[in-house]
Design a protein around this ligand. Structure first.
Ligand SMILES: CNc1ncnc2c1ncn2[C@@H]1O[C@H](COP(=O)(O)O)[C@@H](O)[C@H]1O
Ligand SMILES: [Zn+2]
Length: 370
């Protein structure tokens, strides 16, 4: 490996910040298969049909949403929600993600007494169940801002300390939901703001739903101190893209079908973009990396952060996304490291957390032979 060149091992060792990861999109294939086998034995599903769907690689955006309908059948009970949360956080921590904003759509399931609130409590349970690393989460009181301030995250200088990962939650509004349901999610987020919920995401099948259905809930959320990120421009929809950019969200995800005046508005408002390279290519939202808008945004120094979107569904992880960017766009170690560190500026957590994360990257930079 030449001096500045990165490789997968180096990308794994670099501290990273994940800002666009859907809980049910990030589940291990092995867990999905185990759950599917269990439901197959109960006769709820036909395992052989489900197995090849789970293991399939290339998926259109339409197929992705059909897959999520299946995944939700497999996972939407309290115990499984707790399990997948624990596993997803452990997987991100194992590849040196030091700050994770995990987003999920609170779900109701009357048949098992699941409310949006009890769904979220099951997610919090999963956070608490993480055993491989320390999870810095307000409810845990192990946080930069908490009295029991813990040592710097992953301070490798004083010998091997236990890894630490900051986790914050974003509650997703699904585009299939009504205004009232969206408002219910926002009110739940506000109730749990001190428990680590920092923002609201608008996601779901982009060909479903109308922007104006969700706008009242998003405005209410922002007025009450929650940060907003929007899936924006995943499919061609000039009117909706313009309306979303006029809302001036804190961040947006994707930006695949932007036209000239969309780029102008995005850049004039300096809105950071959550770039999900593998997700965009697998779903053919962008035909190839050669024409991906990452290059234009990066060379124009527009704020952006590399993300996984759905590490399970797209068989990727955050280190792979950095490694892919390095090879596709000719980025060396130093550029990758700065790209990763810069993501700290776009997180929705407190300045105390940002400061701690900057220290982590500074400590790591001495050891990363940049
Ligand atoms: C690929 N591009 C995408 N575009 C839009 N929404 C997406 C998505 N990938 C995932 N989701 C959203 O995340 C949900 C699954 O996680 P949760 O059940 O919330 O944890 C999906 O149902 C969808 O609404
Ligand atoms: Zn997404």
């Amino acid at each position: 490996m030449s001096e500045g060149e990165t490789n997968m091992e180096w990308c794994v060792s670099m501290p990273k910040v994940e800002l666009h990861a859907h809980l049910n999109g990030s589940i291990r294939d092995s867990t999905l298969l185990e759950l599917a086998r269990g439901l197959g034995e109960k006769g709820v599903i036909v395992f052989s049909d489900v197995e090849h769907v789970i293991l399939k690689n290339d998926r259109s955006l339409r197929e992705v949403f059909k897959l999520f309908d299946l995944i939700h059948i497999l996972t939407t009970d309290h115990t499984t929600v707790t399990r997948i949360t624990k596993e997803v956080i452990e997987d991100f921590a194992s590849e040196n993600v030091v700050y994770l904003e995990l987003r999920t759509t609170p779900k109701k399931n009357d048949s098992i007494g699941m409310t949006k609130r009890s769904y979220l409590e099951a997610v919090m349970e999963g956070l608490r169940a993480v055993s491989t690393v320390d999870v810095a989460f307000p409810a845990h009181n192990v946080d930069a801002g908490s009295p029991t301030k813990s040592p710097p995250v992953n301070d490798m200088c004083n010998g091997p300390t236990r890894k630490k990962i900051y986790v914050r939650l974003l509650l997703s509004i699904d585009r299939r939901e009504s205004t009232a349901a969206a408002m219910e999610t926002v009110k739940l987020a506000l109730e749990m703001k001190d428990l680590g919920v920092v923002g609201i995401d608008l996601s779901g099948n982009p060909v479903v739903g109308e922007w104006n259905t969700f706008l009242p809930a998003l405005q209410f959320a922002r007025e009450h101190g929650l940060y907003i990120t929007l899936h924006c421009g995943e499919v061609p929809n000039p009117k909706e893209i313009q309306a979303m950019l006029d809302f001036i969200p804190r961040r947006i995800g994707h930006a695949c079908y932007f036209e000239e005046d969309d780029w102008k508005k995005l850049k004039s408002n300096n809105i950071p973009v959550e770039i999900c390279l593998t997700s965009n290519i697998v779903t053919a939202s962008v035909s190839s990396l050669d024409v991906h808008h990452f290059a234009n945004l990066y060379s124009g120094k527009h704020p952006l952060v590399l993300c996984t979107d759905d590490a399970g569904v797209f068989s990727t992880n955050l280190s792979s996304e950095y490694n892919l960017a390095a090879s596709a766009f000719g980025l060396g170690k130093r550029e990758l490291f700065l790209l990763a560190k810069n993501a700290i500026e776009f997180i929705f957590a407190s300045d105390g957390v940002k400061q701690d994360l900057r220290r982590t990257f500074d400590l790591a930079s001495n050891k990363m032979d940049l």
